[in-house]
Design a protein around this ligand. Structure first.
Ligand code: ADP
Length: 495
């Protein structure tokens, strides 16, 4: 859910969240405490006044009886007594008869009249703690009223001692309490705001750092790293960012190396072509034999360039994620066709080319052109690097590791796999070069490979195309013991 009034900056949002939570929590606490204190102040005042009413009622019981009996105390004497008590407790003291007539009051503004039966009187008759806050028409103010029963011993009549005080001093005390609470709340809010500001700044600091680094990367400065800091999640984001930056740097470094290598490989045949063209232009008309030889070499250079460009294009399209379209395929006819195609090359190199492939093989999920590129490259290499009178064999078979007696197959091959092998009796590859020969532009013997028209891309392409079809390629080789290149492709299962 989007809240349009939320600030856009994360730091401001965090600050707002902290402040809203603090305000709600603190505000609720202040209101609750204020109301509790307000009630406590009122109840304490009412309780104190009621205690005083009971004391006065007790003290006035005998004089009241004597005044009512017209014995020792007359009205002025009783009046003076009531006033002195009223003065000593700082409250208005009023004596009310059971018939609710005001018999006497310390306050002269209160006339002798019939009063209503107010709540404090009702509760006074029943003996509970009575109190009431109401508008007093004689003093024109809100007052707190309490009452106590005036009950002379063994007499049938009785009365009520009503005490009242203005509510204004209590209200002032309550207001002071509220002001103190709100001031304390304000100070706490100010401190909380300051702490929240620091916290929000600290929480968002790693994000600002990450943003700055990302912007620097977007601006082309790729050698950027962040220092993973802050809360766990953000530190993890920082570490992930560093990994991603390293990955991007790696890809770009690879691409730059790829382009540099490609340019370097293209330059040599182009330079040689240019030289030969100049020679033909210069000596061609007078020396047809030399022209013929240069034209033959130029054709060789052009072939090399075409092969190189084909490999570069195929690799870059695989890098872009373009996967060859796959379909169930019997590779046997393709292998026979390739053996026929490369037979003249083998013959020219003085190498015997054998094929040991059944007439039909179970289908694999593959692409016919991709299979041609793989096998042609492997055969081409085998013929190229095998000496005169050597032997190159193209084999293909299927293996089911469950039924194989060979441990290597049991370990290596996936269930129901097609194995295509190119075995030669050539010079082999030294063990320290073996892990690298599938890398781009990697050549074991650079001079020899270049002389034979190689750029170190053939095996890299074989591996990329095989893996794009869900297969794998490996090599076993010993120096002077020949090499065996094995391509494994999963058999097609029509589930
Ligand atoms: P190139 O086009 O140079 O042959 P590849 O990628 O096809 O490049 O091969 C990489 C390197 O592996 C070659 O330079 C060569 O040294 C070595 N190599 C490939 N196939 C064989 C083989 N059948 N016998 C010996 N060495 C080989």
């Amino acid at each position: 859910m989007r809240l349009p009034w939320l600030p856009r900056k994360l730091q401001a949002r965090l600050l707002l969240t902290y402040l809203v939570l603090t305000c709600v929590g603190l505000g609720g606490l202040i209101v609750w405490m204020g109301l509790r204190l307000q009630t406590a102040v009122r109840e304490r005042a009412a309780h104190d006044l009621h205690v005083q009413a009971l004391v006065i009622a007790n003290a006035l019981a005998e004089p009241f009886e004597q005044w009512q009996d017209h014995t020792n105390v007359d009205r002025p004497a009783f009046d003076a007594l009531v006033r002195s008590y009223a003065h000593s407790v700082g409250a208005r003291v009023t004596i009310i008869s059971p018939a609710l007539r005001v018999l006497m009051s310390s306050d002269k503004t209160v006339p002798a009249y019939i009063v209503q039966e107010h709540p404090e009187m009702v509760t006074a008759w029943t003996g509970r703690t009575p109190q009431d806050v109401r508008w007093d028409e004689w003093r024109q103010e809100m007052r707190l009223f309490v009452a106590a029963l005036l009950r002379p011993e063994e007499k049938a009549f009785e009365g009520i001692v009503q005490l009242s005080i203005p509510i204004a001093p209590l209200t002032r005390e309550i207001r002071r309490t509220w002001v103190r609470l709100l001031t304390a709340g304000g100070v706490i809010l100010a401190v909380t705001s300051l702490v929240s500001l620091v916290l929000a700044y600290q929480v968002t600091e790693p994000i600002r750092h990450l943003t700055a680094v990302t912007e620097a990367m977007a601006g082309g400065r790729l050698d950027q790293q962040v220092t993973p800091a802050g809360p766990d999640e953000i530190a993890r984001l920082g570490r992930t960012f560093n990994r991603m930056a390293e990955y991007v740097q790696g890809i770009i470094a690879c691409q730059q190396a790829f382009v540099a290598h490609a340019a370097h490989e293209l330059r040599s045949p182009l330079a040689s072509l240019r030289l030969r063209i100049e020679m033909v232009q210069c000596h061609g008309p007078t020396n047809p034999e030399l022209t013929q030889r240069y034209l033959y070499q130029m054709e060789h250079d052009v072939d090399h360039l075409r092969r190189l460009v084909d490999h570069l294009l195929a690799l870059s399209s695989l890098d872009e994620g373009v996967v060859p379209s796959l379909a169930p395929l019997d590779v046997a006819p393709i292998l026979y066709e390739l053996a026929d195609e490369l037979a003249p090359l083998a013959q020219a190199a003085g190498v015997r080319l054998c094929i040991d492939v059944p007439a039909h093989l179970p289908a694999v999920l593959a692409n016919a052109d991709a299979i041609r590129i793989i096998v042609r490259n492997l055969l081409d290499n085998a013929i190229k690097y095998t000496m005169c009178s050597g032997l190159v064999t193209l084999q293909a078979t299927t293996v089911d590791p469950q039924h194989s007696t060979l441990n290597a197959i049991k370990r290596d091959a996936r269930p129901s796999t097609l194995l295509m092998q190119v075995i030669d009796t050539g010079p082999g590859v030294p063990a320290d070069h073996l892990p690298h020969i599938f890398e781009r532009f990697y050549r074991v013997d650079k001079a020899r490979s270049r002389h034979q028209g190689g750029a170190g891309l053939g095996l890299a392409l074989v591996r990329a195309i095989t893996e794009a079809q869900g297969g794998s390629v490996s090599v076993e080789s010993t120096v002077d013991g020949g090499s065996t290149f094995t391509v494994r492709l999963p058999l097609y299962t029509s589930v």
